[in-house]
Design a protein around this ligand. Sequence first.
Ligand SMILES: C[S@@+](CC[C@H](N)C(=O)[O-])C[C@H]1O[C@@H](n2cnc3c(N)ncnc32)[C@H](O)[C@@H]1O
Length: 385
Amino acid sequence: MNRDEPSTRTTASDDSSDARVVVTTTHMSNGPDAIARLPDGRVAFVFGAAPDETVEVRILSDHGSYVRAHVTSILEPAADRRDPPCRHARDGVCGGCPWQHLTDARQHAEKEALIRREAARHLPGVTVHPILTPLPPFGYRRRARFGHRDGRVGYRTRGTHSLFAIEQCPILHPDLEAALPSVRLAVRNRPSGNVDAMLFPDGRVRVGDEAAPFAQPSADAEAALVALVLAALPERPVRVVELFAGAGTFTVPMLTRGHRVDAYEGDRATVARLRDTAPKARAFQVNLLKADRGPTDLLHFGDADCVVLDPPRAGALPCIDAIARTGAQTVIYVSCDPMTLFRDLKGLTAAGYDVESVQPVDAFPQTPHVETVAVCRRRVATLQG
Ligand SMILES: C[S@@+](CC[C@H](N)C(=O)[O-])C[C@H]1O[C@@H](n2cnc3c(N)ncnc32)[C@H](O)[C@@H]1O
């Protein structure tokens, strides 16, 4: 069977607003849902389904070329389905871990398959390495943002703004999860809102302004990404332009290796932190994604041997030409969004780079999110004729 054309059959229902359809899913989307096709060929994004299973679904919204649906009954469960270990995911209340009903191995396979599909679509022939899985499946988050109201601490109910109080959150590091009573205590007299909490390397949990909202959520993921970036840089000291530098996750290890770093970051408070954590870098506060940049206002980063960038989900399209103008031999692109990554890699290809390798990393188990590190090298010009 073609994996993109699953077998389907409809159940009798006169009431289209409550129409039930039976579909067979094929794979996970890049979000919480599994993908299936309706009998009329349209794509259905099915919440609560696993890949390769037959489910009855209710259509929640019709968007013309596709529909959104959720599972009402599992008819033939996937071999890779499991009971979500967290009670809030099991209840379907929490939207934070929408892949918990898949085995960890299937989550890895789906994330790698997503990157391979996108690579084949945009850059056929490019090397995609098997996904790295450096994190334990649970207990990996060292920081979290909680909602709070009237002393209750929790997360937003899936698809709403209303808060539900949490009793557990097994993706948190056990020491951070154990600190939930202190978080409740810290916010008990505060007006409702959000509060950050973070487990620091010294074992202490800090709550509120003392938590560092800019740090990577998992120390193991950070170590894996830093290792990939360092491995793609030359051993000898080189000039690096770093874009979207944050508070120095990559800046500090690059400086430690002897590289010279010019770091660009848009958020004022983050630049201040960066200057504290990486005083040897030259740090610039620049809006790298400004939409209405005119010819007199073009981005210029100076000459560089390498460019390292780690943009937000929006990607870095407005930076591509300026990256090429640095003359860098190597561009290392760390991405949390495969869609904008491959769009931008196509841009870099057009600007004179070859994509040497693409490395997915599962930095967020139980969620659809995946980090990817792509290494590009400047194309060697060949003489014609
Ligand atoms: C994915 S984070 C990476 C941060 C850092 N590399 C790290 O690992 O902590 C993206 C960074 O881009 C910055 N950013 C977002 N929009 C920006 C913009 N328009 N111009 C410059 N920086 C921006 C954010 O403040 C954030 O620090």
